[in-house]
Design a protein around this ligand. Structure first.
Ligand code: 13P
Length: 379
């Protein structure tokens, strides 16, 4: 039996499974979502460099303290995803970040992959690494207080890619990571990200996202991952960032049949475009994600803050009452970016930055309820 070995009695095993299920449910309860603040040092430094903020450990610490001390953050955020450097850091007054998080009623999580590297024999494709020594690292993070973990696989769409080899290798790594997490008592947040970069159509993104998710769930099944004790963190199904409107193709369901419709003037109606992304994304997920999974928490992937909220909102308005899983958020850029720009490395800007962060978190909680409106954005 998975998770169950001779060293652990059946009672303890059942308790451990129940704890995983409770944590997974808590992460998507009350219309809240996750805040990803687990940028690796190179990624965080790159975002700082773009704004002329010093790329030092203390600047990263101060930035994360600004986020974590945002008043009322826990009203909209159920869990935060930290990076290894951050989970070891403290507030200026000496309080460990992880204590401050738990004290504010938020569940701490941790990114545990070590990044994506070139996949041998597959030009233009990457494999996410970090399985070596992972069991020990997970046990350590659990002891520190983390209750969930994240691993991100990246799948690029392009000429002749993704290859089957890339999709399978990444899905296998995600499943091995997820099984190790559950063994350690951590809920795995399984993130297979199909990138938005490129000129591909919405339809191509739907096709690839569907293939990736089917492969991931086959591997999760093979590795005996308990679906009730995990969260899926997928991309929304979107046209590529450089896709021209004329290329855009939409899928339409008529009864059991699917038709592809070329829409040339679709982008002129923004609301319709938002609904189309919502419909395509949810239909893709309904065909690929088992009902036992308690929650789906989207990454934002480079969408604007407003579009990410509007699309999540449209999905919940149009489908919420008919879905087996919660549709939530696990955004990094689409929650943090305005706050980062306001903060700009300046102590004097902390309060204004926190207000911006709180606002985005609130907008996304509203989107979970289907209550987000453009009026919430003010002027
Ligand atoms: P974005 O929301 O900025 O895509 O980040 C989500 C994330 O956690 C990437 O791993």
């Amino acid at each position: 039996m998975y998770l169950h070995n001779n060293a652990v009695g059946l009672g303890q095993f059942q308790m451990k499974v129940q704890q995983l299920i409770d944590t997974a449910r808590a992460l998507v309860a009350d219309d809240k979502g996750l805040l990803a603040m687990d940028e690796s040092n190179p990624t965080c430094n790159k975002r700082f460099a773009n704004l002329g903020i010093p790329q030092t450990e203390d600047a990263r610490r101060a930035y994360r303290e600004m986020i974590l001390t945002t008043s009322g953050l826990g009203e909209s955020i159920s869990g935060v995803i930290l990076y290894d450097e951050t989970i070891h850091q403290r507030k200026k007054d000496g309080t460990p970040f992880i204590k401050a998080i738990i004290d504010s009623g938020i569940i701490p999580g941790i990114k545990v992959d070590t990044g994506a590297n070139v996949l041998a024999g597959h030009p233009g494709e990457k494999i996410t690494e970090g399985l070596d020594g992972l069991r020990d690292r997970l046990n350590e993070y659990f002891q520190m207080g983390a209750r969930f973990a994240k691993w991100r696989a990246v799948i690029a769409i392009g000429d002749g890619i993704p290859s089957r080899g890339c999709v399978e290798a990444n899905a296998h790594a995600l499943a091995r990571y997820a099984a190790l997490c559950q063994e350690a008592g951590l809920v795995p947040v399984v993130e297979p990200e199909v990138l938005m970069d490129g000129a591909h159509t919405l339809e191509r993104c739907r096709e690839i996202t569907g293939e990736v998710l089917r492969t991931v769930f086959c591997q999760l099944y093979a590795q005996r991952v308990i679906l009730e004790g995990m969260i899926l963190k997928p991309n929304m199904v979107l046209p590529g960032s450089t896709c021209s409107a004329e290329e855009e193709v939409s899928e339409v369901d008529v009864g059991e049949q699917q038709y592809q419709v070329r829409l040339t003037d679709r982008q002129e109606d923004e609301a319709q475009a938002v609904d189309e992304v919502a419909d395509t994304t949810v239909r893709c997920l309904l065909r690929t994600v088992p009902a036992a999974v308690p929650g789906i928490a989207f990454l934002s992937g480079g969408q604007s803050c407003e579009l990410a909220s509007a699309r999540l909102n449209a999905m919940n308005i149009r489908f919420k009452s008919r879905l087996p899983w919660a549709l939530a958020f696990s955004f990094a850029r689409a929650i943090q970016q305005p706050a980062l720009e306001i903060w700009h490395g300046q102590d004097a800007h902390v309060l204004a930055a926190q207000q911006a962060l709180h606002h985005r978190a609130r907008c996304n909680r509203a989107a979970r309820r289907g209550e987000y409106t453009v009026e919430m954005e003010g002027t």
